[in-house]
Design a protein around this ligand. Sequence first.
Ligand SMILES: CC(C)(COP(=O)(O)OP(=O)(O)OC[C@H]1O[C@@H](n2cnc3c(N)ncnc32)[C@H](O)[C@@H]1OP(=O)(O)O)[C@@H](O)C(=O)NCCC(=O)NCCS
Length: 435
Amino acid sequence: MGTNGTPPTGRRAAVVAGLRTPFVKAGTDFRDLSAVDLGAAVVNELVARSGIPPKEFDSLVFGQVIPSPTVTLIGREMVLRTQLPRSVEAHTVSRACATSIQATTDAADQIRLGHSDCAIAGGAESISDAPIFASRTLAQALVELSRAKGLGDRLRILSRLRPKDFAPVPPALKEPTTGLTMGESAEQMAQKNGISREAQDEFAWRSHQRAAGAWETGKFAAEVMSVPLPPRYDRSSARDNIVRKDTTVEALAQLRPVFDRRYGTITAGNASPLTDGAAALVVTSEERARALGLVPLGFVRAYAYAALDPRDQLLQGPAYAAPVALDRAGLRLADMDLVDMHEAFAAQVLSNLKAFASRAFAEKELGRAQPLGEVDPAKLNVNGGSIALGHPFAATGARMILQTLRELERRKGQYALLTVCAAGALGAALVLERE
Ligand SMILES: CC(C)(COP(=O)(O)OP(=O)(O)OC[C@H]1O[C@@H](n2cnc3c(N)ncnc32)[C@H](O)[C@@H]1OP(=O)(O)O)[C@@H](O)C(=O)NCCC(=O)NCCS
């Protein structure tokens, strides 16, 4: 990639269409649907709405962060369960919360290389349908039982089991190397970076205000499909159900901290909630878009992924990735018309923003003389973010790309920076452009 954003092959990857399901709180509207169901619904509808003949598609990249043990290759399922021709090659990706950023940059790279001309990129997540595991002791006993020689053997194996061995084990949002949950890690960041509870609640309130405003003014109407709901399919989910128009800073201040009950600052109100949903984009070569008579929503100009030590500030990845992505784009933060940052926690976004503006961080952590700079609040997450809209892990990146490109169009802007923090202390940054 050259520093003016032109790929060496001269081919640009255009995002020509996108769609998402409503994002709903886990255990509510999509309780009886799986991630594969949600993904297939959005891919099918996206293909239909795009007006692109299905035979034009040649590849698909899709992600799911907490995969189902029974459907391990969601990417290929998105082809087999939709109207796409069976000849569309597909693969599955995961980069934790940046999964559909990864799906999009993979698709864009294949297009830039000339290996693909018309692709789908996206992700789906169902926390309602997350796998529940048996304890290790129970699992081992079941394996031994299957090999047991006689009744005596069976009784000996069963007699080892205690009631606690039968307790189901849910997947944990824990960092394996530190043993801390995302929330506990974000709590540490709030303390280290001096992010107050008030600042977090104010940020969360704004996320709700802006997301509710975007719904009210019809901004989301064309990017959110309605999903018929089982078992009778006589009801549909048509809107996000986490956004609270009427929440106030005072109401948020009343909520009790969840991850550090005594001294903590993170609550259900200033964290992203556990969410079900799916989102997908159509990514094509510029030439193919033109040949199909499509006007691109925008182009992938540059991107960067970065990583730090998970024992340090787990969700600070965006502060490492953003300067590299902007360098690769040949642009500065000041050139951006919009900045969209994934809101895992208000404390995390506010920590990332502090690092963006800090000369000490730039010198010590990045070896740069100048900090990235201050983000203009009027350009940041202007239609709300993951705190208000929800965060179906693998779908969030595609949601952000679609939402940002459509807003860029409304504002007749040219450039946008997107960032996502992710488990494993990873960070993603993407620079999008309109012609
Ligand atoms: C924080 C978390 C534990 C809260 O889960 P929960 O307790 O099921 O949350 P709820 O939605 O029931 O909210 C708890 C309470 O806060 C209230 N609340 C939540 N958001 C609110 C808001 N914006 N305004 C006012 N009240 C709010 C709810 O009404 C509820 O009140 P009630 O107990 O009187 O019914 C859960 O969302 C979580 O684990 N989030 C983090 C996910 C994560 O790690 N994301 C990052 C991945 S990188």
